[in-house]
Design a protein around this ligand. Sequence first.
Ligand code: AMP
Ligand code: MG
Length: 405
Amino acid sequence: MIPLEEARAEVLAACPPRQPVSMSAADSLGLVLAEAVYSTEPVPPFANTAMDGYAVRAEDVSVASEEAPARLRVIGTVAAGHAPHVPVGPGEALRIMTGAPFPAGADAVAIVETTSTDGGDVLVTAPALAGVHVRPAGEDIQVGQEVFPAGEVLGSGHIGVLCSIGSEKVAVVPAPVVGVLSTGDELVEGATALLPGQIRDSNRYTLMSLLRRDGFAVVDLGIARDQEADIERAVMEGVARCDAVLTSGGVSMGDFDYVKAVLDRIGRMHWMQVAIRPAKPFAFGVVGTTPVFGLPGNPVSSMVSYEVLARPGLRRMGGRRQDDLVRPAVKAVADSKLHAGHDGRTTFVRVRSVFGPDGRAHASSTGGQGSHQLHAMALADALAVLPPGRDAAPGDDIDLIFLGP
Ligand code: AMP
Ligand code: MG
């Protein structure tokens, strides 16, 4: 058995970032910037008002009060989207709406709440300070500024910023396209009646949805039978169509576990016994330059193996930074008994967590912890990480890895 970190290092070394592409900023959610973005425009593009009211000269209203309002002549109205045509002179005010360009001559906004109108005049009942409620051009982003560095993961706010500076195309690392293959003579598709010995394929749908959750593109490679030729055909199809392939099943010690044999023959294969529970067996092959992750067949094992081995590799292919590949473990509290393995392996216990009044995450087992018992995995939102032989009792400090997006 080798430690998880060692297995993961082998995987990461064989998963270099994909070549950057130019993509519409609007389609880049979740992708990683391949180059820094510099702005060629200021944001806001022009000085504008943050409030509805009147553009005035601060000195004209400096002693204005309810009892002695300042009377100014209204010289026009400017709404958002329209250019101010007139500068504001002494004794004058321009009606302006939020987002409207701020006129020359004025330096303050008399907010509408402190004004009343009187014919063509406005009565201002409170001082307006110079600069307050005025948003200068470039206050958020300046021309020439590095807006985002290379390596930044683009979220919704980033996309908004890119649109606001007119950056329609960005250089990003594309999400890897990942093929998913199930293997096994016992597997059937969908809700057809089961013949003796058959089970329904669940891993393929679990894995495809995990990939989608993580922002990867998915290719369904179907089910291969427990025959070397069929597995080879399906893996080769995946390698031809995808940037990476996930298989499940056929990597343990059974007589018909052919995935290892195939990967060994058509690629450079690392077969590993990883010191974790579940998900000990793991085959990792590189066919040409395409990584093939041979995940174990037991449903929980395939999910855990995906989380701790495949997902970090795929994130690296997608350009994620080195410190953003693996989910972090956070300190938490056990609320139920959690059982560790006593055979030198790190145990991942399926738990659900709640934040307690103490501000800490509290984790309780979600049920049966067998590697075939997917139900408790489905209910879990985190994995408690127990070192070999270290059971946790209620109240004990534990490490927790949060799953989820
Ligand atoms: P294997 O690694 O092929 O020996 O499979 C280990 C266990 O996982 C067996 O009980 C298989 O029936 C089960 N299994 C393998 N593939 C799948 C799958 N795609 N969906 C559900 N169970 C599976
Ligand atoms: Mg099998």
